[in-house]
Design a protein around this ligand. Structure first.
Ligand SMILES: [Zn+2]
Ligand SMILES: [Zn+2]
Length: 274
């Protein structure tokens, strides 16, 4: 795994690189819009240039995370439309900055089947609107409320509903906290193996493109999204020891989202390497 973190963009997106270096991160995830609102200004051309030159200098694998306000499965057409166009805008920003992938949460809808189809439609729209290489990664969610994406079957159904050509640009991001909260017990060696066997059978490990490494504050199956520092939560160190040493995932970026103490958490992860 290429261990990194979700870095802040205060002062401009290009500032994420120096923060990552201070944290000893080797890969970076950022927001490409203001995560707390719908409005966002386009990038200044010199900021794009600075970002690209930092990316060339550091050669770190890059990902973006979509804003949390979006609901791509929303029953309300106005919210859905706003969410879909935001996703397309974020994908365009990734293309502009040279960021390989955009991670997003599918959204929520009481009608699971209908909701999953809407997410696929939003994905197809974004990919059709933004020519290029940047990919969309569906994140496994904790399944809070009516959120979709907490079963591997949901994620597979979304991917499969995207037409073939566009589907090649759709991958998956595995969040350790979310999967555990959703009921996938990866806290033991046996549970870890079962979880990824299950993932492979339902989605296919080929489509796994990134990880979010977070411990989980609450118990298995709690369906609540509360991140904890690595080793301090209900997951413990076992799954992280297995992950960092799993050769299947050696080339994949893995981002901490513990919001602070990145360096400390990265030290813990590196101490687990065999
Ligand atoms: Zn995550
Ligand atoms: Zn989360």
């Amino acid at each position: 795994m290429i261990l990194g973190a979700h870095e802040g963009i205060a002062g401009g997106v290009s500032r994420a690189f120096e923060r990552a270096e201070q944290d000893t991160a080797k890969s970076i995830q950022i927001f490409v819009r203001n995560p707390r609102g719908w409005a966002s200004k386009p990038f200044e051309p010199d900021e794009v240039e600075r970002f690209r030159s930092e990316a060339r200098r550091t050669r770190m694998p890059l990902a973006a995370h979509s804003i949390y306000l979006a609901n791509h499965a929303a029953a309300d057409p106005e919210l859905r439309e706003k969410s879909w166009s935001t996703l397309a805008d974020e994908l365009a920003r990734c293309e502009q900055l040279g960021i390989a992938s955009l991670v997003f949460h599918p959204g929520s809808n009481a009608d699971v089947e209908g909701g999953l189809k809407l997410v696929a439609e939003g994905i197809e729209r974004a990919i059709d609107a933004v020519k290029g290489k940047a990919r969309l990664l569906i994140e496994i969610t904790a399944g809070q409320g009516k959120s979709l994406g907490w079963r591997f079957e949901h994620v597979a159904a979304i991917r499969e509903a995207v037409p073939g050509q566009a589907r090649r640009r759709v991958g998956v991001c595995f969040d350790t906290c979310h999967a555990f909260a959703a009921g996938y017990d990866l806290s033991t060696t046996e549970g870890y193996e079962r979880t990824f066997r299950d993932f492979d059978g339902v989605i296919g490990l080929d489509h796994l493109s990134a990880f979010h490494l977070n411990d989980c504050k609450k118990a298995l199956g709690c369906r609540v999204d509360r991140h904890e520092h690595i080793g301090d939560g209900a997951l413990g160190l076992t799954p992280f020891r297995l992950l960092v040493n799993d050769r299947r995932f050696a080339e994949l970026p893995a981002f901490l989202e513990t919001e602070m103490r990145f360096r400390e958490n990265l030290d813990v992860l590196r101490s687990l390497l065999r």
